[in-house]
Ligand binder design. Sequence first.
Ligand SMILES: [Zn+2]
Length: 217
Amino acid sequence: MNISISEMKNQICWASKEIYQRGLVNVGEGNISLRVKNRNEMIITPSGNNYLNPLPTNMVHITFEGKVITEGEKPSSEYNLHRIIYEQRSRVNCVIHTHSTYSSILAVQRKALPMIFEEMMVFLGGGVPCSEYALTGTEQLGKNALKAMGKQNAVILANHGSIIVGRSVKHCVFGAQLVEKMAKIYVKSISIGEVFEIPEENLSNLMNRFQEEFSTI
Ligand SMILES: [Zn+2]
């Protein structure tokens, strides 16, 4: 079902408040976008998004080339990251990028988040890989992210943060919370002892559910 541009802007405002209230972003960092279906366009949060009081009129409607279609604020400088994902993964309708604390702890260590909880398979498609480093705002950042993401719905960006993709804004907000919670459990767990991964061969039913409901490939 196609939704209007104004409804998409409302959805980004909702997602902004959700991820801010859950501590996944600070003011001035991270970004959220939604794909405009059947067009090479997206709606994206502005540079320095006001997560506490986001306004639909602040959200920016741009083409994949970065041309502004409707008046808004300056688009996030990381829109290339979003564009590259939309161009390569046709079922992605929402992208959320955060600098949340525990995901970023893994990011600065350039470590992946292993498959430690069953729900990771259902919603993310498994563990969360870590990409190679690239400078913020560059095309290379998006390319590295996409390459590392594989078939999953999330990736940790080396020395930067994380990206979560989803078929809908609700999936994506949930995925962003899940990645941070799992990263927190993992980081705290390895500080007190050994962490055990769940072998993927035990999870074929959950993998089927991921492919049916949440996969963006
Ligand atoms: Zn960033």
